[in-house]
Write a protein that binds this ligand. Structure first.
Ligand code: HEM
Length: 153
């Protein structure tokens, strides 16, 4: 059970990281407005993306997986890992805000204030998911050493 939470929190952390790299790449190759539609690119979810918006397509698809993993981590925490309830709730709030800001980045056509907010909120989200993983890992290792690992649930 505890390793399940550790795996899920590490998955969220990794997905946030990949989404951020895709976002920075998206900005660097000047494809930021290549999908003017919202919430998905013109090809939708399952059809292969066209070359001109391939990076933006993957940025959006990874957002879906990232948000799903973060929400699942929080539901897991509320059901089984009481000590991580508040921090995982914070992650769900921040990822939801980031998705709204992401929508505005596109619909407001790269408004400078909104684009400027998108990067630090992404960094904050990375920090929070890192904290969830590291704090839980520390609690877990301490409880294993003390022989009280059942108390983490
Ligand atoms: C988990 C949620 C998200 C994270 C962690 C994230 C992260 C990032 C990061 C780090 C950047 C690079 C910013 C820069 O270089 O200044 C970026 C760029 C971008 N993101 Fe996201 N993003 C998320 C959600 C979204 C959503 C939902 C959209 C909406 C379609 C979106 C659209 C964009 C666009 C268009 C850019 C390029 C902006 C530019 O030209 O600087 N993002 N994202």
């Amino acid at each position: 059970m505890q390793n399940g939470f550790m795996l899920l929190s590490f998955g969220s952390l990794s997905l946030v990281y990949i989404t951020m790299i895709l976002g920075v790449y998206l900005s660097s190759v000047h494809q930021s407005l290549s999908c003017s539609e919202w919430p998905l690119c013109p090809n939708g979810f399952l059809k292969p993306p066209e070359q001109r918006y391939v990076v933006e397509y993957f940025h959006r698809i990874f957002v879906i997986f990232t948000a799903g993993a973060i929400y699942a981590t929080s539901i897991f925490a509320y059901a089984k890992v009481k000590t991580m309830k508040r921090l995982t709730l914070l992650a769900t709030i921040v990822v939801s805000i980031q998705i709204l800001i992401g929508a505005l980045v596109v619909t407001k056509k790269l408004d400078i204030m909104i684009v400027t907010a998108h990067l630090p909120i992404g960094v904050a989200l990375f920090g929070i998911t890192l904290l969830v993983f590291l704090r839980y890992r520390k609690d877990y290792l301490t409880s294993v050493n003390n022989g009280t690992s059942g108390n983490l649930d």
